[in-house]
Design a protein around this ligand. Structure first.
Ligand SMILES: Cc1cc2nc3c(=O)[nH]c(=O)nc-3n(C[C@H](O)[C@H](O)[C@H](O)COP(=O)(O)OP(=O)(O)OC[C@H]3O[C@@H](n4cnc5c(N)ncnc54)[C@H](O)[C@@H]3O)c2cc1C
Length: 172
């Protein structure tokens, strides 16, 4: 059981920036809980061949820190998934974000306890957190939606979803 000022769900672009703001600017005791094994969110999960950004690279990054901005150069106009992931790792290292992130942990419930003015958050690893602020930076494109195709269970071949592409087959 752990008491926090702020708990953030998700370590993608949004969760990482929230961690920086809450921990470094507001000095709150903050923790990120992430289901994946590493940071990146969308760009951690979507590793299918050809995955890349369709926003121009110069618009797809943080500009609040001159140092972080100037020390990174996009080499392509529309960067590939692995390059965006590299960018987020660079960003996270610069701000030492990982020390306040727990990985491989999925939030399965969040209940607001009015009498204590606290959120009670539970995870699949049976951990319990109590937090004043709860930030759901869960994105919308990291979770997968499997289509209900009739007879899908009888299919004998390999089935892959673009959002859970097998890691060893992702060479372009
Ligand atoms: C192929 C692709 C291309 C895209 N191209 C662009 C583009 O060109 N321009 C653009 O602006 N956007 C693009 N997007 C959208 C992209 O998702 C966002 O730009 C951005 O990365 C979202 O960041 P986020 O932090 O809000 O959410 P995400 O990156 O989705 O991160 C959410 C995180 O929350 C975690 N999470 C969710 N639920 C739980 C839980 N219960 N417990 C623990 N962890 C949890 C997930 O594992 C995930 O890591 C693209 C998306 C995809 C899939």
């Amino acid at each position: 059981m752990k008491y926090l000022d702020a708990l953030i769900i998700g370590a993608g672009f949004s969760g990482l920036y929230q961690l920086h703001c809450l921990r470094d600017k507001l000095k709150l005791n903050t923790l990120v809980v992430e289901e994946g094994k590493d940071i990146g969110g969308t760009w951690y999960w979507n590793t299918y061949p050809g995955a890349r950004c369709d926003s121009e690279s110069f618009t797809y990054g943080f500009t609040f820190s001159e140092k972080i901005f100037k020390n990174w150069t996009w080499k392509e106009r529309y960067p590939k998934q692995n390059v965006i992931l590299k960018y987020l790792k660079y960003f996270s290292n610069e701000l030492k974000l990982k020390k306040n992130i727990v990985f491989n942990e999925k939030v399965i419930s969040a209940k607001y306890i009015e009498k204590n003015n606290l959120w009670k958050v539970q995870t699949n690893n049976k951990k319990k957190y109590y937090t004043k602020y709860l930030i759901c930076a869960v994105g919308s494109l990291s979770s997968i939606n499997l289509p209900k195709i009739k007879g899908i269970n009888q299919f004998k071949g390999q089935l892959h979803h673009s959002g859970r592409w097998p890691r060893k087959k992702n060479k372009l």
